[in-house]
Every structure is written in C-alpha cells, then in structure tokens.
Design a protein around this ligand. Structure first.
Ligand code: PEP
Ligand code: MG
Length: 571
C-alpha cells in the first residue's frame, strides 16, 4: 500500500478504481523551420487555435443544465485566453522572427505568460497561471492530433466508482468527466482555489490536491481511497483498512443526511444564546445553496469575483443586476456586500506593476481609494440594490482612521449624487469594516465607534499577525489560527463590539471550521459567516454547546497565555 498526503479541498470519503489521466505535459519537438516554411507553420498554428476554440465552443454549447456554474465561467476564461494576442500574436511572431516550430513558439510564449501570472499578488489570479498551461496543452494536443483525456473513455462503461487521478484538471476536462461515474478527484497540483477544488466542492465530491506524485504512483485500475478529511490518498490498501473506511464513509453519509434536519432549527446554545449563521458567497447563483443550508443572510459577498476572469470591468448596470439578484433572492434577509478586495492587478486595467510585496501593497480599500471612479461606480450599484432589500456595505482592510474618513466621504458623495438624480436607495444602509489588519484590532475602540458593524477576516488577520503569507505552501505549517496573539485580537474586537453595542462577526475560514466553533463561542462570538456547505456542521456544534461555560474556560486560558487546545473545550 502507498499513502500520499496532500491538501483536502473537498471533504468526504471516496473509494474506487483509479483512472489516470493523459500526459501532464506533452513532449514536444523543438526545431527551427526553414524561411520558406514560415507561412505554412503560421497557418498550422492558426488552424490549431481555431480547432481548439471550436472544440471549446462545442463544450460550452452542450454544457448540461446542471453543470456547476464555475465550469462555464472557467471555459470562458480559456476561450478568452485562446484569443488573447499575448498568446496568439506573440506566438506567431516567434514563428516568424525566430523560426521556431509552432509547438516550440507556443510553449515558449505560454511559459512566459504563466510566469507573469505566477508573480501576481492575488491568489485567484496566480492560480490562473494554470489556465494558461492548460490552454497551451490543449492547443499542443490539437497540433499533435491527440486527445487530452487519455484512456478515460475505456472506463466510462465501468460499474465501479471511479477516482480521477491527474497532474491537474482543466475545466474542459471536467465536463467530459461528468459523463463518467466518478467519486473523487486527486491531483499532483492545485490549491484551495484551483479548478479541481472549486468544481469538486460545488459538486460535493471529495478531492485531495497538491499530492505531488500521485499521477506517477497510481496506475489505471488501482484501488484508491480518497480521504478528504485527512487529506490522504491510499493506493491499494489492505482489506482491513478498506473495511474501516467503508464504515467511516457510511457514517459520514448518514451524518450529512441527518444534518439537513437541522436546517430550520434556530442556532441556539444549550444555555439559550442565539447565534447568527450567515453565508459567504462569491456569485449570485450561490444563493440557492446558501438558502438550502438555512443561511440567515449573506455575511460576505466577495464582490471582486464579479471583476475577475474577464477582460473588461463590469459596468454599473451589470454590478447592480448582480447585487439586486442576490438581494431579491434573499428576501428580507441581510446581504453584506464587501467592496472590492483586489490587489495590484493588471487584468483590470492593463497596469503591469507587480508590487514587491502585494499583500502589503495597494490592496482592497487602498486600491479603491486610489481609483475613486471604480469605487464610486461600485458604490452606486450597491446603494441602488439597497432599494430592494436589506443591504450592508463592508469595507476590507481598513487600517487607519483617515481611510475611514476618505471612504465615508466617497460614500456620502455617491449618496448625494443618487439623491440628486432621484434614484431610490435605502438611506440607512449600514457600513461596516473587516477587521483583518492587526493595527485595527489593537487600536479597535475608535474603529468600533466609526462603524455600524465589524466582521473579522481571520484569513488575513492571521497572515498579518503572524507574518505568514497565507498563499505560501512553504510556511503553511506556521499558519496557526490558535496562536494566542490571534485569539486575543479576536477577543478584543468582540469585546469592543459589545461595549459599542455593534454586531461583530467572523467571516474568515475559522468561522466555518466546526472544530473551532466552541472556541469562538467561548470568545463571545455570536455571528458567524462561512461557506454554505459548512453551516450545518457549525450549527450542530452550537446546539450542543454551553456558551457561558465556554466563556469562562476560554477566558481563563487566554489569561494564562496558554495556547488553547480546542479539543479540551468539548466537555
Ligand atoms: C479574510 O481575510 O478572512 C476574509 C474573509 O477575506 P478574504 O479571504 O477574501 O481575504
Ligand atoms: Mg481578507
């Protein structure tokens, strides 16, 4: 038996036969062509581009109605890349000027583009480097006349559950894979925001990524166990281990099923403290999932997702339509729209600047204050949507009171402008701030006075407090949500909110981790916002917890400066 460790990006257990997907990167010949062959080589490349584009278009047109929306969006990104002059024109130039054969020219240019993406500050954009690689591979396959999915077709007739084993999985491949019965995904590459992760989560299929060598270790037909919980993959385990996993998988399925019965029950601790449970979403079409899991509101709409993966900015009307759709679908439940949290990002405006340290650069509110028109357009769209329900505005990465004042002045000017134009909006839209920079959490009092609510972004708060890049795999073992410094900043923020009588929520990943629910309750938290699929797990923890007892335990542990073991809060 072989056991590999990776990152669990979609939970659950899967058991089945391995289907090892085709070559990770094609071996391509590199040679120079004769001057008289240049035109023919350019045509060969252009034809391959066209065929690949047509092939993708067929996939888009025949997308099953129930296909996850991410697939369509990601395929469109691939279409855009296929027509991007940086890929197409530059490759043609390499054929013409350096007399490279088409494959060599394309891989050279693809590598250059991929490196540019890798240097980008934003996690999402950095991972789009994988899209460039996948698009390049697709065109290389077309040039070579081979398919990218290798032997998959041979397995689609199988009655047994299948586990897809790949170096990486492109969105187009994902569509093909839907036709087969597959129970899990395991890949060499990828992270929490890679395609495999995004699509697997939206399908509710377990996935482990970043396994490094799984594609070389597993062979077609090997029996695999995918453990999304422990982030492991077992290749050909002994029968006893398989039986143990079978019973764990059964229990897991039963517990998922029984969780749904909690959907309409109020989240209240044993001693009667009511807890608010809201959902984090990125796009309007995630609202039905949030509602199906009993979300009482949207605690975080990451609006930057409307802006990413496209070549032009969404207009005010397009943004308004998206925000209005969320608000209307949520009825009277609150919808918290976070203003843009983008970093130095060249896909929006063609700026090629890459900050030395983008996480500390012109990001989020800093980015918006430097681009007042972009900010005003978004604020107009958000305020207009407020006429249709309960909207709250959430400002990310606030660090200083001067930013608060500058943001408020812009919001006021947009309000005046809308009033002058006779546009309807809610005059009492609440304005809140993300607490994600330690400076704000340490000097919290005036910030708590300046806002109507606060939302703690633990993902960034941990990164900035501990000095650990949240996207750097080399230091991920040091990324510690339980560090006493982090817990004190959370506690201090919650206490300040109580003193100022404003709501404080946590919307970072900590809020959705059911192992930390008791700890957060013990810190006095009463508002949680998380990925919709985590809501019911967290609710189950809340229903079995005694808030007052937890508060006493956690307070004394914090005073002793111990690091807290969340497992010790279970009794
Ligand atoms: C956070 O930082 O915790 C957060 C919720 O925001 P994001 O993950 O989008 O930075
Ligand atoms: Mg953040």
């Amino acid at each position: 038996m072989i056991c590999l460790y990776g990152r669990g990006v979609a939970s659950g257990y899967a058991m089945g036969r391995a289907v090892v997907m085709g070559a990770a990167a094609l071996e391509v010949a590199h040679y120079r062509i004769a001057p008289e062959a240049i035109d023919a080589e350019k045509s060969r490349f252009s034809l391959a581009l066209k065929d690949t584009t047509d092939e993708l278009q067929v996939l888009i047109d025949t997308l099953p109605a129930d296909a996850p929306r991410e697939l369509a969006a990601l395929l469109n990104v691939h279409q855009l890349l296929l027509s991007d002059p940086l890929l197409t024109d530059e490759t043609l130039l390499l054929i013409e000027q350096r007399q490279y054969n088409a494959e060599w020219a394309l891989t050279t240019q693809g590598q250059l583009l991929g490196e540019q993406f890798s240097a980008m500050p934003d996690d999402y954009l950095r991972e789009r480097g994988a899209d460039v690689r996948q698009v390049v591979e697709r065109v290389l396959h077309t040039l070579a006349g081979t398919g990218a999915l290798g032997n998959l077709e041979a397995f689609t007739q199988s009655d047994e559950p299948l586990i897809v084993v790949a170096h990486d999985i492109s969105p187009a491949d994902m569509i093909r894979l839907r036709g087969a019965r597959f129970a899990g995904f395991v890949t060499d590459l990828g992270g929490p925001t890679s395609h495999t992760a995004i699509v697997a989560r939206s399908m509710g299929v377990p996935a482990v990524v970043a396994l490094g060598q799984v594609r070389t270790m597993a062979r077609d037909g090997d029996f695999l166990i995918v453990d999304g919980q422990q982030a492991t993959v077992l290749i050909n385990p002994p029968a006893a281990q398989t039986r143990a996993y079978e019973s764990m998988a059964l229990q897991y399925a039963q517990s998922r099923e029984s969780l749904l019965t909690l959907r309409d029950i109020a989240a209240e601790t044993l001693d009667g403290v009511r807890i608010g449970l809201q959902a984090n979403i990125e796009m309007p079409d995630e609202v039905p999932l949030a509602l199906s899991q009993g979300a009482q509101g949207i605690g975080l709409l990451r609006s930057e997702f409307l802006f990413m993966g496209r070549s032009s900015l969404p207009s005010e009307e397009e943004q308004f339509a998206a925000y209005q759709s969320v608000v209307q679908q949520m009825g009277q439940r609150p919808v918290t729209i976070r203003t843009l949290d983008l970093g130095a990002d060249k896909t929006l405006d063609g700026e090629a600047t890459v900050a030395t340290n983008p996480a500390l650069g012109q990001r989020a509110i800093r980015y918006c204050l430097a681009r007042p028109e972009l900010f005003q357009t978004q604020l107009r769209a958000i305020l207009r949507a407020s006429a249709f329900g309960k909207v709250r505005i959430l400002i990310p990465m606030i660090t200083s009171l001067s930013e608060v004042q500058a943001a408020r002045e812009i919001i006021d000017s947009v309000r005046n402008e809308l009033t002058a134009k006779g546009q309807l909006f809610d005059d009492h839209v609440e304005i809140g701030a993300m607490v994600e920079v330690p400076a704000m959490a340490i000097a919290i009092e005036p910030f708590a006075r300046a806002f109507d609510f606060l939302s703690i972004g633990t993902n960034d708060l941990i990164q900035y407090t501990l000095g650990i890049d949240r996207a750097d795999a080399d230091v991920s073992s040091l990324y510690d949500p339980l560090h006493p410094a982090v817990l004190r900043l959370i506690a201090g923020t919650i206490n300040a909110g109580q003193r100022q009588r404003i709501p404080v929520s946590v919307c970072g990943e900590m809020a959705g981790d059911a192992r930390l629910t008791r700890l957060l309750l013990g810190l006095g938290l009463t508002e949680f916002s998380m990925h919709p699929r985590q809501l019911l797990d967290v609710k189950r923890e809340i229903l079995g917890a005694h808030s007052n007892a937890l508060r006493t335990k956690v307070a004394s542990a914090l005073n002793r400066a111990d690091s807290i073991d969340p497992d010790h809060l279970n009794d």
